[in-house]
Design a protein around this ligand. Structure first.
Ligand code: GLA
Length: 381
């Protein structure tokens, strides 16, 4: 009897202990959310951030997995006598903003630079790293994008790792789990050491813009980086432009399909409070997002290429493949997937993730017509 009571007590104690640290590791799948930069740039205000949180909480994005509401550059004011950073007048009270975002069941992100100034010329964290990390934790911040910017004026390129490690250590010391987003445009082959300095994601390129050429150059050049991505540490080809108006429907389909095949972070970059139904449908297609968020966390890569016609594949946890047929050309074209490239020699089932349709069984090849600058995305098994 005594033995049973002791065992029961031990079991109770075990359940009462805090969850093991692996359960708290952030970004086990690519982070999803919204970031203010692509649409609002430096005009962003606390009201815009609240409006984004309101939209995510009510328009289906939260259910689709969008959780982080991230303030980018231009929130900073001056430092107080003790050197603590204060927000500017457009933001007022960051803790109140964080509480508001948290009250919607969402998380909040912020932005700084290791240099004296951010890219837009606001106060950076140089010489105040520990204080800033403490301030973010005191505000209950969940995510930090740390953008190289003017750090190039005070550090040498060979100090990149040391600089990012410094902020990572400062964040760790706060005891708060904070996703650490490295933004230094791929300098120093960051994918090779991003994980070692505590990065959960790292930008691999210079900035995206809202046009097919720039988006596709960035997206398609990710091929080859797949071995560096995995749960907790992701290549980041920059934030989404879906809904910002500079691309056509088929081009945004390419953007979303490619980012999901790449297991890229999905940070919407449009004005969520004024979104047309087509953009919302693209951003919230759960089958496409399921590919991005697959728990295995394998980044897809190009499996074949014929001029402007490319086939990409991403192995999924259940043994199936997500496949993207991309037409980078200037007219509609059939694109052919050779099933043997996936190691499939018998018949395969194909499901179209944008049409939400099972297309049936295919043997040898699967061929689809793909519009100019468009994509077909499918699950093949
Ligand atoms: C850099 C980054 C962008 C954005 C701006 C803000 O250009 O790459 O994503 O954060 O700075 O100034």
């Amino acid at each position: 009897m005594m033995r049973i009571t002791v065992i029961a007590a031990l079991i109770l104690i075990l359940f009462a202990l805090p969850a093991p640290s692996y359960a708290q590791k952030p970004a086990l799948t690519p982070p999803m959310g919204w970031n203010s930069w692509n649409h609002f740039a430096c005009k962003v205000t606390a009201a815009d951030v609240r409006a984004a949180a309101d939209a995510i909480a009510t328009n289906g994005m939260k259910q689709a997995g969008y959780i982080y509401v991230n303030i980018d550059d231009c929130w900073q004011g001056t430092r107080d006598d003790k050197g603590m950073i204060r927000p500017n007048d457009r933001f007022g009270d960051i803790k109140a903003l964080a509480d508001y975002v948290h009250s919607k069941g969402l998380k909040i992100g912020i932005y700084s630079s290791p240099g004296p100034k951010t890219c837009a010329g606001y106060e950076g964290s140089y010489g105040h790293e520990a204080q800033d990390a403490q301030q973010y934790a005191a505000w209950d911040i969940d995510y930090l994008k740390y953008d190289w910017c003017s750090a190039e004026k005070v550090y040498k390129p060979e100090q990149l790792q040391e600089v990012y490690t410094k902020m990572h250590d400062a964040l760790q010391k706060t005891g708060r789990p904070i996703v650490f987003s490295l933004c230094e445009y791929g300098y120093g082959l960051v994918w090779r050491w991003g994980t070692a300095v505590g990065g959960n994601l790292w930008r691999t390129t210079e900035d995206i813009s809202d046009g097919y050429n720039r988006m596709s150059v960035i997206g398609f050049q990710q091929n080859g980086l797949e071995k560096y991505a995995g749960p907790g540490h992701w290549n980041d080809p920059d934030m989404l432009e879906v809904g910002n108006g500079g691309m056509k429907h088929d081009e945004y389909i390419t953007h979303m399909s490619l980012w999901c095949i790449l297991a890229a972070p999905l940070l919407a970059g449009n004005d969520l409070s004024k979104m047309d139904p087509d953009s919302l449908a693209i951003l919230t297609n759960k089958e496409v997002i399921g590919v991005d968020q697959d728990p295995q966390g394998i980044q897809g890569h190009r499996i074949s290429e014929e001029g402007p016609l490319e086939v990409w594949a991403k192995p999924l946890a259940d043994g199936a493949y997500a496949v993207g047929l991309f037409n980078r050309g200037e007219s509609e074209n059939p694109i052919s997937l050779d099933l043997a490239e996936l190691g499939i020699h018998g018949a395969a089932q194909v499901r179209d993730l944008w049409a939400h349709q099972d297309l049936g069984q295919f043997t040898g090849k699967f061929i689809a017509k793909v519009p100019k600058h468009g994509a077909v995305m499918a699950i093949v098994k």
